[in-house]
Ligand binder design. Structure first.
Ligand SMILES: [Ca+2]
Length: 343
């Protein structure tokens, strides 16, 4: 076990060995990693000492080169489909009204989606940066409880073979440390033609992958199809260690279907705060990134991606499954969906 301070520019004691002896300082928060997960980027911590006799062989974070290929909207080649800073919303009940029309986000269930009342788990709160509005999903931590916001009446999103880019900011705050897995759908994009078709970047335990060491991993599911490792993230940031700090984090996704069954030219990628954590694509299969726990993906992940089907809507949140945790909240703001119309 290795421990690193989460506070930029500060230092922490770290240990490596069987005893996991760590003399914490007054810094307060620490993050734990196993093996070589110190490639986690974005932290400026410096390892200075070890409180056990073994000398840690730790790569300074400053020497690690992160994958910074996070997509950025480029008006020359991209088309913005829809963006929403949530500032137009006043409360979740009015968001869910069946009389509203036009592209928007709505709580689900709601009169607009299911003909039933809006849950108090759906809320409109102060926005990122303290101005405007953001959306909150409240989780009791109990099984099958949670919340959803979904996009409805979205504008046309280009040809079926368009590449889709999804981006929003999320903030997670727990009432107490969840020393447990948080399993939920997290973010889902629904297919245009296949009524059951979806691409899903969800949180889960390490299963079905044999690689473990973190409570929670982001995984990728295409149409719910099971694969050997679900394209699970081989590098951080990780949910429990890095995301549940009541700070806003940027989530970016890139997705393209295959041109046809067997062409293997589709892909699914995910970045957190600019660092790539998931890459399901032929070129990444079998390739373990620097410091990674496992390869990015295997071919069964690539082959699960559907062929020639666009995207029509999105879904945030979802009920919590498999693991009970302390209560928590998931906030989202500044949503953007853009495409590259031609492959
Ligand atoms: Ca906002």
């Amino acid at each position: 076990m290795w421990l690193v301070s989460t506070s930029p520019g500060t230092t922490a004691n770290a240990c490596h060995g069987n005893r996991d002896v760590v003399r914490t300082t007054s810094l307060g928060r620490f993050m734990s990693f196993r093996e070589t997960a110190l490639t986690l980027i974005g932290l400026v911590a410096t390892i200075t000492a070890c409180s056990c006799s073994e000398t840690p062989s730790i790569t300074p974070l400053s020497n690690v080169s992160p994958d910074t290929s996070e997509p950025v909207f480029d008006a020359a080649v991209h088309t913005m489909v829809y963006q929403d800073n949530m500032d137009q919303y006043t409360d979740a009940v009015s968001m869910g009204s069946s009389s509203r029309t036009g592209p928007r986000l709505v709580p689900h269930p709601s009169p607009a989606t299911t003909g039933t009342a809006v849950s108090s788990n759906n809320q409109v709160i102060a926005g990122r940066g303290g101005s405007g509005k953001a959306l909150r999903m409240v989780y009791s931590g109990q099984l099958q409880d949670g919340a959803n916001f979904i996009s409805v009446d979205m504008p046309s999103s280009g040809p079926d073979l368009a590449t889709h880019y999804f981006q929003y900011w999320a903030r997670v705050s727990f009432s107490a440390p969840p020393n447990e897995t948080v399993a939920m759908k997290w973010f889902v994009a629904f297919a245009r033609h296949d009524d059951n078709g979806r691409v899903q970047w969800s949180t889960h335990d390490h299963l079905p992958c044999s690689v473990t060491g973190h409570h929670t991993y982001w995984q990728f599911y295409a149409n719910g199809q099971l694969t050997s490792c679900q394209g699970a993230q081989p590098v951080g940031p990780y949910f429990n260690e890095n995301i549940i700090d009541n700070q806003w984090h940027r989530f970016t996704f890139a997705y393209r279907p295959h041109s046809a069954v067997g062409t293997r030219d589709g892909f699914s990628r995910m970045w957190i705060d600019g660092v790539k954590v998931i890459d399901v694509s032929v070129a990444a299969c079998g390739v373990t990134p620097p410091g990674g726990q496992k390869p990015w993906c295997s071919l069964d992940d690539v082959d699960a991606i559907v062929a020639n089907d666009g995207i029509i809507s999105q879904w945030w949140g979802g009920v919590q499954t498999s693991y009970v945790t302390p209560s928590w909240t998931l906030d989202i703001d500044d949503w953007k969906w853009w495409i590259k119309p031609k492959p």
